[in-house]
Design a binder for this molecule. Structure first.
Ligand SMILES: NC(=O)c1ccc[n+]([C@@H]2O[C@H](COP(=O)([O-])OP(=O)(O)OC[C@H]3O[C@@H](n4cnc5c(N)ncnc54)[C@H](OP(=O)(O)O)[C@@H]3O)[C@@H](O)[C@H]2O)c1
Length: 199
């Protein structure tokens, strides 16, 4: 299962850092091109390779972490997703004003799903601050909780497996309609909580 990352800022780099620490390979892309990511890849080591957006999007599992207003541009013009997995790590709010985006009654992940037609979307890695995604998930004698949700059971199982390999305690919140609402920031009651699971 190859892994790609679109967005190399706080969350994209944090996810890459977590993968690298566990010896898991991935490609990563930003808007400015792979040559602008040499500092990051040098820091993270040989498992993380800087590529173009198209190359990152070609992986079996692609985490997308781009500011809300930039998502349409980042995801436009890519080849058909053809059943590949997209991890939606995004939230519908961004600096500098942190005004929630107008969603017209929809969940943010439903809007992201429209931008990746044919993909099997799993919402995950969006509800923790970046330093908790990149940091050691072992805490207080337990494992830091990472929620995930989605409508495709097999895609969710793949993401759950990765979450476990990274050392987090994954908790399945069910279909997107349910889990998306619980973990969407702002508004979701499970966002920004730093929870630890024991046993
Ligand atoms: N920060 C957090 O702790 C946190 C936590 C949970 C979820 N999130 C969510 O994660 C997403 C990313 O947040 P962030 O804080 O990581 O943002 P960020 O630090 O501003 O990084 C954004 C990344 O997106 C890339 N990008 C922008 N436009 C692009 C385009 N058209 N094509 C490809 N890449 C593009 C940027 O590349 P360039 O630099 O080359 O433009 C940059 O690598 C947001 O939706 C946010 O809500 C953030």
């Amino acid at each position: 299962m190859s892994i790609g990352i679109i967005g190399a800022g706080n969350i994209g780099a944090a996810f890459a850092r977590a993968l690298a620490r566990n010896g898991i390979s991935a490609t990563i892309a930003n808007s400015r091109g792979p040559e602008t990511l040499t500092n990051l890849t040098a820091e993270l080591g040989p498992h993380i390779t800087a590529v173009t957006i198209e190359e990152a999007a070609g992986a079996d599992m692609v985490l997308v972490a781009v500011p809300w207003s930039k998502l349409p541009a980042a995801l436009s013009g890519l080849p058909d997703w053809a059943g590949r997995i997209v991890i939606d790590a995004n939230n519908p709010i961004e600096g500098p004003h942190f005004q929630p985006a107008e969603l017209n009654g929809r969940l943010s992940s439903e809007i992201v799903a429209d931008l990746v037609p044919g993909a099997r979307l799993v919402k995950a890695f969006n509800h923790l601050l970046a330093n908790l995604v990149s940091g050691d998930p072992r805490a207080e004698g337990g494992a830091r909780v990472l929620f995930y949700s989605g409508d495709d059971i097999k895609a969710k199982a793949e993401v759950a497996d990765l979450i476990t390999r990274l050392g987090f305690a994954g908790i399945d919140l069910g279909p997107l309609k349910l889990g998306g609402a619980l973990t969407q920031f702002p508004g979701g009651p499970l966002t920004a909580l730093n929870l630890v699971k024991f046993g």
